[in-house]
Design a protein around this ligand. Sequence first.
Ligand code: NDP
Length: 333
Amino acid sequence: AKEVHLLRYPDGMPKRDDFAIVDVPVLKPLDGEVLIENTWMSVDPYMRGRMTQRKSYIPPFALNAPLEGHAVGRVIASRDSRFVEGDLVTSMTGWRSHALLERDYVHPLPDAPDIPEQAFLGPLGMPGMTAWIGLNKIAQYQPGETVFVSAAAGAVGSVVCQLAKAKNCYVIGSTGSPDKARWLKDKLGVDAVINYRDTDDLSAALGQAAPDGIDVYYENVGGAHLEAALDHINVNGRIAVCGMISMYNDRSKTPGPSNLFRLTTQRARMEGFIVSDHWTSYPDFVREGIDLVRAGSLTWQETVFEGLDKAPDAFIGLFDGKNTGKMLVKLTG
Ligand code: NDP
């Protein structure tokens, strides 16, 4: 079996040699345990926060130990009557080929054999759920509103776009590549797309795309994106602060938005959230998500790196936009 370990907390942008691939023996399950062979694992931007030694909502990763994250796998040996060999399960044992777990840490995949298992790491997993919570509970989006979303072609952003379109919102997405922009417009039906790398005035570009302002900003990026959104937020607008990926590799503190006072003049609300606080709603989300997939209203793309050895490259790739839709690592099968 193999695992990926973190050797040191990265300084700035993570580098390949911050990680090591380590060989370990495959252990046999004891009573009450199941042995899983992972088929797919997820790499996610939030993991960068766990590669930093500071207090946060979740502790830093331990050095010289297997990293953690969402994974889908197959039970290959079970000493728990709830699981049999061949069952597909999810767990938090990403970044390793095999995992030995007690049943409380293993979850059966929702019963939807028509949907590929790895979708439960993307549009129907944590990222999809993040989109759904941010729009419903935090932004409380309403039909017909104008919704602006950054990192729109990513795992979370692409679900935000589609949920908002399904509710008849006017959707503006920002992304950093023409291919992604095309996907958003042509396949996901996004009304206007801004390529932030193609403009030196993001606020002006947003103003052009949304002459009547925006009601909701789904924040994934931070920095100039947040300033632009504040410039155009409508009265009673809502900003759901999901993430600020443009800052995760910063070595020092960066200045805040110069126009935060717009929250006051516009009586707008800005609220952060962490999806895991809302996990009891996952069954409601996944039921709705599976229905949307079957109705053709929720589609996705994946960028797949093959093999556990490539997991660090896949993770690093998130920070220069190598992924369209969900970034995944395929381990077996
Ligand atoms: P994505 O699939 O969106 O991948 C990251 C994308 O971010 C890249 O593809 C790239 O797209 C864009 N990006 C990277 N660096 C920059 C930069 N410096 N400036 C602008 N864009 C950049 O990741 P996820 O969908 O998994 O995550 C999206 C956001 O949601 C992140 O901020 C993440 O931390 C947050 N998140 C928050 C959760 C919560 O509970 N609050 C849970 C899950 C995710 P492009 O090519 O378009 O630039």
